[in-house]
Design a protein around this ligand. Sequence first.
Ligand code: NAD
Ligand code: MG
Length: 379
Amino acid sequence: MTDTVTDIFRPDVTRIDINLGERSYPILIGEGLLDTAGDHLAALLPRKRTAIVTDENVAEQHLQRLLDACEKAGIEAEPIVLPAGESSKSFPHLEWLCEQLLEMGIERKDAIVAFGGGVIGDLVGFAASILRRGCPFVQIPTTLLSQVDSSVGGKTGINTPQGKNLIGAFHQPRLVLIDTGVIDTLPDRELMAGYAEVVKYGLIDDPAFFAWLEENVEDVLAGEPAKRAHAIATSCRAKARVVEQDEFETKGLRALLNLGHTFGHALEAEKGYGGDLLHGEAVALGMVLAFELSVEMGLCPPEDLERVRNHLALVGLPTTLAKVGLEGMGETLVAHMAQDKKMEAGRLTFILARGIGKSFLERNVDMEQVKALLNRPSA
Ligand code: NAD
Ligand code: MG
Protein backbone atom coordinates (compact mmCIF):
# COMPACT_ATOMS: atom_id res chain seq x y z
CA MET A 1 0.00 0.00 0.00
CA THR A 2 2.72 2.43 0.89
CA ASP A 3 3.93 2.26 -2.70
CA THR A 4 0.80 3.82 -4.08
CA VAL A 5 0.05 6.35 -1.39
CA THR A 6 1.14 9.75 -2.65
CA ASP A 7 2.63 12.45 -0.49
CA ILE A 8 -0.27 14.75 -1.10
CA PHE A 9 -1.93 13.01 1.83
CA ARG A 10 1.09 13.16 4.09
CA PRO A 11 0.45 15.72 6.79
CA ASP A 12 4.17 16.49 7.02
CA VAL A 13 4.44 17.59 3.40
CA THR A 14 4.08 21.34 2.95
CA ARG A 15 2.66 22.61 -0.31
CA ILE A 16 3.19 26.19 -1.43
CA ASP A 17 1.56 27.38 -4.63
CA ILE A 18 3.26 29.95 -6.80
CA ASN A 19 0.44 31.80 -8.51
CA LEU A 20 1.52 33.04 -11.92
CA GLY A 21 -1.57 32.39 -14.04
CA GLU A 22 -0.87 29.66 -16.57
CA ARG A 23 2.72 29.43 -15.32
CA SER A 24 1.62 28.55 -11.76
CA TYR A 25 3.26 25.63 -10.01
CA PRO A 26 3.54 23.98 -6.61
CA ILE A 27 6.52 23.63 -4.30
CA LEU A 28 6.38 20.47 -2.20
CA ILE A 29 8.56 20.30 0.90
CA GLY A 30 9.14 17.25 3.07
CA GLU A 31 11.62 14.72 4.34
CA GLY A 32 12.16 11.78 1.99
CA LEU A 33 10.28 13.20 -1.00
CA LEU A 34 13.00 11.83 -3.27
CA ASP A 35 11.61 8.35 -2.77
CA THR A 36 8.18 9.30 -4.08
CA ALA A 37 9.42 11.72 -6.72
CA GLY A 38 8.35 9.30 -9.44
CA ASP A 39 4.68 9.73 -8.53
CA HIS A 40 4.96 13.49 -8.78
CA LEU A 41 6.94 13.41 -12.01
CA ALA A 42 4.65 10.89 -13.69
CA ALA A 43 1.80 13.40 -13.74
CA LEU A 44 3.99 15.78 -15.76
CA LEU A 45 5.37 13.24 -18.22
CA PRO A 46 3.03 12.34 -21.06
CA ARG A 47 5.43 9.66 -22.37
CA LYS A 48 6.69 8.48 -18.98
CA ARG A 49 10.26 9.24 -19.92
CA THR A 50 12.62 11.94 -18.84
CA ALA A 51 16.23 13.08 -18.53
CA ILE A 52 17.61 13.68 -15.06
CA VAL A 53 20.39 16.23 -15.27
CA THR A 54 22.70 16.37 -12.29
CA ASP A 55 26.32 16.91 -11.26
CA GLU A 56 28.97 14.41 -10.18
CA ASN A 57 28.61 15.01 -6.45
CA VAL A 58 24.84 14.74 -6.40
CA ALA A 59 24.99 11.73 -8.70
CA GLU A 60 27.30 9.95 -6.32
CA GLN A 61 25.19 10.65 -3.24
CA HIS A 62 21.58 10.61 -4.39
CA LEU A 63 21.04 9.69 -8.04
CA GLN A 64 20.27 6.02 -7.50
CA ARG A 65 17.42 6.85 -5.14
CA LEU A 66 15.83 9.12 -7.71
CA LEU A 67 16.29 6.57 -10.48
CA ASP A 68 14.70 3.89 -8.29
CA ALA A 69 11.77 6.18 -7.54
CA CYS A 70 11.27 6.78 -11.26
CA GLU A 71 11.42 3.09 -12.05
CA LYS A 72 8.86 2.37 -9.35
CA ALA A 73 6.52 4.84 -11.03
CA GLY A 74 7.08 3.33 -14.47
CA ILE A 75 9.21 6.20 -15.75
CA GLU A 76 12.15 5.60 -18.02
CA ALA A 77 14.74 8.05 -16.68
CA GLU A 78 18.10 8.64 -18.28
CA PRO A 79 20.76 10.47 -16.26
CA ILE A 80 23.04 13.15 -17.66
CA VAL A 81 25.92 13.99 -15.35
CA LEU A 82 27.90 17.25 -15.54
CA PRO A 83 31.03 18.24 -13.66
CA ALA A 84 30.33 19.86 -10.28
CA GLY A 85 30.97 23.57 -9.89
CA GLU A 86 30.18 26.99 -11.27
CA SER A 87 32.13 26.37 -14.49
CA SER A 88 29.32 24.12 -15.75
CA LYS A 89 27.15 27.22 -16.11
CA SER A 90 28.79 28.04 -19.45
CA PHE A 91 28.12 28.04 -23.19
CA PRO A 92 30.21 24.90 -23.82
CA HIS A 93 28.32 22.90 -21.20
CA LEU A 94 24.99 24.33 -22.33
CA GLU A 95 25.74 23.23 -25.89
CA TRP A 96 26.80 19.79 -24.75
CA LEU A 97 23.70 19.41 -22.59
CA CYS A 98 21.28 20.51 -25.31
CA GLU A 99 22.83 18.08 -27.77
CA GLN A 100 22.61 15.25 -25.25
CA LEU A 101 18.94 16.01 -24.70
CA LEU A 102 18.28 16.07 -28.46
CA GLU A 103 20.22 12.84 -28.95
CA MET A 104 18.01 11.26 -26.32
CA GLY A 105 14.99 12.27 -28.34
CA ILE A 106 13.54 14.67 -25.78
CA GLU A 107 10.45 16.20 -27.35
CA ARG A 108 8.73 19.47 -26.70
CA LYS A 109 6.27 18.06 -24.18
CA ASP A 110 8.78 15.97 -22.26
CA ALA A 111 9.71 17.56 -18.95
CA ILE A 112 13.36 17.38 -17.94
CA VAL A 113 14.60 17.27 -14.36
CA ALA A 114 17.20 19.56 -12.78
CA PHE A 115 18.60 17.56 -9.89
CA GLY A 116 21.27 19.51 -8.04
CA GLY A 117 22.20 22.87 -6.60
CA GLY A 118 21.78 26.30 -8.14
CA VAL A 119 24.35 25.60 -10.84
CA ILE A 120 22.39 22.66 -12.22
CA GLY A 121 19.06 24.45 -11.69
CA ASP A 122 20.16 27.56 -13.60
CA LEU A 123 21.81 25.61 -16.43
CA VAL A 124 19.04 23.04 -16.92
CA GLY A 125 16.33 25.67 -16.61
CA PHE A 126 17.99 27.70 -19.33
CA ALA A 127 18.48 24.64 -21.54
CA ALA A 128 14.77 23.84 -21.07
CA SER A 129 13.84 27.39 -22.05
CA ILE A 130 15.55 27.10 -25.44
CA LEU A 131 15.31 23.39 -26.25
CA ARG A 132 12.75 23.07 -29.05
CA ARG A 133 11.77 26.66 -28.22
CA GLY A 134 10.90 25.76 -24.68
CA CYS A 135 10.09 22.54 -22.90
CA PRO A 136 8.89 21.97 -19.33
CA PHE A 137 11.23 21.25 -16.46
CA VAL A 138 11.15 20.26 -12.81
CA GLN A 139 13.45 21.46 -10.05
CA ILE A 140 14.66 18.98 -7.45
CA PRO A 141 17.09 21.22 -5.53
CA THR A 142 19.76 19.55 -3.42
CA THR A 143 21.55 22.44 -1.68
CA LEU A 144 20.01 24.64 0.99
CA LEU A 145 20.69 27.66 -1.20
CA SER A 146 18.82 26.18 -4.13
CA GLN A 147 15.95 24.98 -1.91
CA VAL A 148 15.31 28.44 -0.45
CA ASP A 149 16.31 30.63 -3.37
CA SER A 150 17.39 29.61 -6.85
CA SER A 151 14.85 26.84 -7.57
CA VAL A 152 11.95 29.23 -7.04
CA GLY A 153 11.18 32.14 -9.33
CA GLY A 154 12.15 31.04 -12.80
CA LYS A 155 15.45 32.87 -13.28
CA THR A 156 17.75 30.67 -15.33
CA GLY A 157 21.03 31.28 -17.07
CA ILE A 158 24.74 30.84 -17.53
CA ASN A 159 27.93 32.83 -17.02
CA THR A 160 30.27 34.32 -19.63
CA PRO A 161 33.74 35.84 -19.30
CA GLN A 162 31.95 39.21 -19.08
CA GLY A 163 30.14 38.28 -15.88
CA LYS A 164 27.82 35.99 -14.00
CA ASN A 165 24.26 35.30 -15.13
CA LEU A 166 24.40 37.74 -18.04
CA ILE A 167 22.86 35.24 -20.48
CA GLY A 168 19.57 33.69 -19.48
CA ALA A 169 15.82 33.60 -19.54
CA PHE A 170 12.82 33.62 -17.26
CA HIS A 171 11.45 30.09 -17.42
CA GLN A 172 9.32 28.81 -14.57
CA PRO A 173 9.51 25.14 -13.56
CA ARG A 174 6.34 23.00 -13.46
CA LEU A 175 7.13 21.70 -10.02
CA VAL A 176 9.71 22.20 -7.28
CA LEU A 177 10.28 19.12 -5.17
CA ILE A 178 12.23 19.74 -1.98
CA ASP A 179 13.46 16.76 0.01
CA THR A 180 14.67 18.34 3.24
CA GLY A 181 16.88 15.33 3.94
CA VAL A 182 19.12 15.48 0.84
CA ILE A 183 21.03 18.45 2.23
CA ASP A 184 22.38 16.24 5.04
CA THR A 185 25.23 15.28 2.73
CA LEU A 186 26.20 18.89 1.96
CA PRO A 187 29.61 20.06 3.15
CA ASP A 188 29.17 22.28 6.24
CA ARG A 189 30.33 25.42 4.50
CA GLU A 190 27.76 24.97 1.72
CA LEU A 191 25.02 24.39 4.31
CA MET A 192 25.94 27.58 6.19
CA ALA A 193 26.18 29.57 2.97
CA GLY A 194 22.60 28.56 2.18
CA TYR A 195 21.58 29.39 5.72
CA ALA A 196 22.70 32.99 5.18
CA GLU A 197 19.95 33.34 2.56
CA VAL A 198 17.42 31.91 5.04
CA VAL A 199 18.42 34.55 7.60
CA LYS A 200 18.06 37.16 4.86
CA TYR A 201 14.30 36.56 4.58
CA GLY A 202 13.89 37.28 8.29
CA LEU A 203 15.96 40.43 8.05
CA ILE A 204 14.05 41.75 5.03
CA ASP A 205 10.54 41.84 6.44
CA ASP A 206 9.88 39.04 8.90
CA PRO A 207 11.24 39.83 12.39
CA ALA A 208 9.24 36.96 13.93
CA PHE A 209 11.00 34.52 11.59
CA PHE A 210 14.40 35.92 12.56
CA ALA A 211 13.52 35.51 16.25
CA TRP A 212 12.36 31.95 15.52
CA LEU A 213 15.69 31.24 13.82
CA GLU A 214 17.57 32.58 16.84
CA GLU A 215 15.72 29.99 18.95
CA ASN A 216 15.83 27.09 16.53
CA VAL A 217 18.98 27.41 14.45
CA GLU A 218 20.62 24.31 15.90
CA ASP A 219 17.69 22.05 15.10
CA VAL A 220 17.32 23.53 11.62
CA LEU A 221 20.95 22.87 10.78
CA ALA A 222 21.03 19.46 12.49
CA GLY A 223 18.11 18.40 10.32
CA GLU A 224 15.18 18.11 12.72
CA PRO A 225 12.57 17.50 10.00
CA ALA A 226 9.70 19.74 11.12
CA LYS A 227 11.89 22.71 11.97
CA ARG A 228 14.01 22.40 8.86
CA ALA A 229 10.85 22.19 6.75
CA HIS A 230 9.48 25.28 8.50
CA ALA A 231 12.64 27.28 7.78
CA ILE A 232 12.65 26.22 4.13
CA ALA A 233 8.92 26.75 3.66
CA THR A 234 8.99 30.22 5.25
CA SER A 235 11.86 31.15 2.94
CA CYS A 236 10.08 29.81 -0.16
CA ARG A 237 6.89 31.68 0.79
CA ALA A 238 8.85 34.91 1.14
CA LYS A 239 10.46 34.46 -2.26
CA ALA A 240 7.13 33.38 -3.78
CA ARG A 241 5.38 36.55 -2.58
CA VAL A 242 7.94 38.70 -4.37
CA VAL A 243 8.01 36.59 -7.52
CA GLU A 244 4.22 36.64 -7.78
CA GLN A 245 4.21 40.42 -7.73
CA ASP A 246 7.19 40.94 -10.03
CA GLU A 247 7.75 37.83 -12.14
CA PHE A 248 9.96 39.49 -14.74
CA GLU A 249 11.77 41.86 -12.43
CA THR A 250 10.35 44.94 -14.07
CA LYS A 251 8.85 46.63 -11.02
CA GLY A 252 11.91 46.65 -8.80
CA LEU A 253 10.13 44.59 -6.15
CA ARG A 254 12.70 41.83 -6.32
CA ALA A 255 15.36 44.28 -5.23
CA LEU A 256 14.82 43.72 -1.50
CA LEU A 257 15.89 40.11 -2.05
CA ASN A 258 19.32 41.60 -2.66
CA LEU A 259 19.82 42.58 0.98
CA GLY A 260 23.53 42.10 1.65
CA HIS A 261 24.23 41.50 -2.04
CA THR A 262 25.53 44.95 -3.06
CA PHE A 263 28.32 44.57 -0.53
CA GLY A 264 28.45 40.81 -1.07
CA HIS A 265 29.04 41.03 -4.81
CA ALA A 266 31.96 43.41 -4.25
CA LEU A 267 33.51 40.99 -1.76
CA GLU A 268 33.02 38.08 -4.17
CA ALA A 269 34.44 40.03 -7.09
CA GLU A 270 37.58 40.86 -5.09
CA LYS A 271 38.02 37.28 -3.86
CA GLY A 272 37.43 35.74 -7.25
CA TYR A 273 34.88 32.96 -7.62
CA GLY A 274 37.26 30.14 -6.81
CA GLY A 275 35.64 29.00 -3.58
CA ASP A 276 37.66 31.23 -1.22
CA LEU A 277 34.47 33.01 -0.33
CA LEU A 278 31.13 31.35 -1.08
CA HIS A 279 28.22 33.48 -2.25
CA GLY A 280 26.28 32.92 0.97
CA GLU A 281 29.32 33.82 3.06
CA ALA A 282 29.67 37.05 1.11
CA VAL A 283 25.96 37.74 1.63
CA ALA A 284 26.27 37.12 5.38
CA LEU A 285 29.07 39.66 5.71
CA GLY A 286 27.25 41.93 3.24
CA MET A 287 24.17 41.93 5.48
CA VAL A 288 26.28 42.87 8.49
CA LEU A 289 27.82 45.73 6.48
CA ALA A 290 24.36 46.89 5.35
CA PHE A 291 23.24 46.97 8.99
CA GLU A 292 26.46 48.73 10.04
CA LEU A 293 25.87 51.40 7.42
CA SER A 294 22.26 51.72 8.54
CA VAL A 295 23.35 52.22 12.15
CA GLU A 296 25.92 54.79 11.09
CA MET A 297 23.35 56.71 9.11
CA GLY A 298 21.25 56.85 12.26
CA LEU A 299 18.53 54.66 10.77
CA CYS A 300 18.85 51.46 12.75
CA PRO A 301 19.17 50.71 16.48
CA PRO A 302 22.65 49.30 17.30
CA GLU A 303 21.05 46.41 19.25
CA ASP A 304 19.59 45.07 16.01
CA LEU A 305 23.00 45.10 14.37
CA GLU A 306 24.36 43.17 17.34
CA ARG A 307 21.67 40.50 17.00
CA VAL A 308 22.41 40.08 13.29
CA ARG A 309 26.13 39.86 13.89
CA ASN A 310 25.80 37.41 16.79
CA HIS A 311 23.45 35.11 14.95
CA LEU A 312 25.58 34.86 11.83
CA ALA A 313 28.78 34.47 13.84
CA LEU A 314 27.17 31.73 15.93
CA VAL A 315 26.88 29.47 12.89
CA GLY A 316 30.39 30.33 11.75
CA LEU A 317 29.53 32.74 8.95
CA PRO A 318 31.97 35.64 8.44
CA THR A 319 30.91 38.92 10.04
CA THR A 320 34.06 41.03 9.71
CA LEU A 321 36.19 42.04 6.74
CA ALA A 322 39.29 40.88 8.65
CA LYS A 323 37.83 37.36 8.77
CA VAL A 324 37.82 37.18 4.97
CA GLY A 325 41.11 39.01 4.50
CA LEU A 326 39.58 42.18 3.05
CA GLU A 327 40.35 44.73 5.71
CA GLY A 328 41.25 48.27 4.66
CA MET A 329 40.25 47.78 1.03
CA GLY A 330 37.49 50.38 0.85
CA GLU A 331 38.76 51.92 -2.36
CA THR A 332 38.90 48.62 -4.23
CA LEU A 333 35.58 47.35 -2.90
CA VAL A 334 33.75 50.54 -3.78
CA ALA A 335 35.22 50.30 -7.28
CA HIS A 336 33.75 46.78 -7.54
CA MET A 337 30.39 48.12 -6.42
CA ALA A 338 30.44 50.64 -9.24
CA GLN A 339 30.59 47.68 -11.66
CA ASP A 340 27.46 46.11 -10.17
CA LYS A 341 24.88 45.23 -12.77
CA LYS A 342 22.18 46.63 -10.47
CA MET A 343 23.66 50.07 -11.08
CA GLU A 344 21.18 52.39 -12.78
CA ALA A 345 21.95 55.83 -14.19
CA GLY A 346 25.21 55.89 -12.31
CA ARG A 347 23.60 55.29 -8.93
CA LEU A 348 23.71 52.22 -6.78
CA THR A 349 20.68 51.06 -4.90
CA PHE A 350 21.46 49.97 -1.36
CA ILE A 351 19.19 47.86 0.76
CA LEU A 352 19.34 49.36 4.22
CA ALA A 353 17.41 48.58 7.40
CA ARG A 354 15.52 50.51 10.04
CA GLY A 355 15.85 47.36 12.14
CA ILE A 356 15.45 43.61 11.89
CA GLY A 357 12.67 42.91 9.40
CA LYS A 358 12.53 46.52 8.27
CA SER A 359 14.59 46.67 5.10
CA PHE A 360 14.10 49.28 2.41
CA LEU A 361 15.71 50.60 -0.77
CA GLU A 362 17.91 53.67 -0.64
CA ARG A 363 19.47 55.32 -3.65
CA ASN A 364 20.96 58.24 -1.76
CA VAL A 365 24.01 56.79 -0.11
CA ASP A 366 27.23 58.72 0.21
CA MET A 367 29.92 56.51 -1.33
CA GLU A 368 32.59 58.26 0.75
CA GLN A 369 30.79 57.05 3.86
CA VAL A 370 30.68 53.53 2.42
CA LYS A 371 34.39 53.68 1.68
CA ALA A 372 35.15 54.86 5.23
CA LEU A 373 33.03 52.05 6.66
CA LEU A 374 34.92 49.48 4.59
CA ASN A 375 38.28 50.96 5.59
CA ARG A 376 37.60 50.90 9.31
CA PRO A 377 39.56 48.19 11.16
CA SER A 378 37.31 45.40 12.41
CA ALA A 379 36.38 45.60 16.07
P1 NAD B 1 26.19 24.42 -6.54
O1 NAD B 1 25.07 24.01 -7.40
O2 NAD B 1 27.51 24.58 -7.16
O3 NAD B 1 26.32 23.40 -5.33
C1 NAD B 1 27.34 23.58 -4.37
C2 NAD B 1 28.19 22.31 -4.21
O4 NAD B 1 27.43 21.33 -3.49
C3 NAD B 1 28.57 21.66 -5.52
O5 NAD B 1 29.87 21.14 -5.40
C4 NAD B 1 27.59 20.50 -5.65
O6 NAD B 1 28.10 19.45 -6.41
C5 NAD B 1 27.42 20.09 -4.23
N1 NAD B 1 26.15 19.47 -3.87
C6 NAD B 1 24.92 19.78 -4.30
N2 NAD B 1 24.00 19.08 -3.64
C7 NAD B 1 24.66 18.27 -2.78
C8 NAD B 1 24.26 17.34 -1.81
N3 NAD B 1 22.96 17.11 -1.54
N4 NAD B 1 25.22 16.68 -1.11
C9 NAD B 1 26.52 16.95 -1.32
N5 NAD B 1 26.97 17.83 -2.21
C10 NAD B 1 26.03 18.51 -2.93
O7 NAD B 1 25.89 25.81 -5.79
P2 NAD B 1 24.59 26.44 -5.12
O8 NAD B 1 25.09 27.21 -3.99
O9 NAD B 1 23.52 25.45 -4.91
O10 NAD B 1 24.08 27.43 -6.25
C11 NAD B 1 24.87 28.50 -6.70
C12 NAD B 1 24.36 28.96 -8.04
O11 NAD B 1 23.01 29.37 -7.92
C13 NAD B 1 25.12 30.14 -8.61
O12 NAD B 1 25.45 29.87 -9.94
C14 NAD B 1 24.12 31.27 -8.56
O13 NAD B 1 24.29 32.21 -9.61
C15 NAD B 1 22.83 30.55 -8.66
N6 NAD B 1 21.68 31.27 -8.11
C16 NAD B 1 20.59 31.40 -8.90
C17 NAD B 1 19.46 32.04 -8.42
C18 NAD B 1 18.24 32.13 -9.28
O14 NAD B 1 17.29 32.81 -8.90
N7 NAD B 1 18.19 31.45 -10.38
C19 NAD B 1 19.45 32.54 -7.12
C20 NAD B 1 20.58 32.38 -6.34
C21 NAD B 1 21.70 31.75 -6.85
MG1 MG C 1 21.96 35.31 -3.23
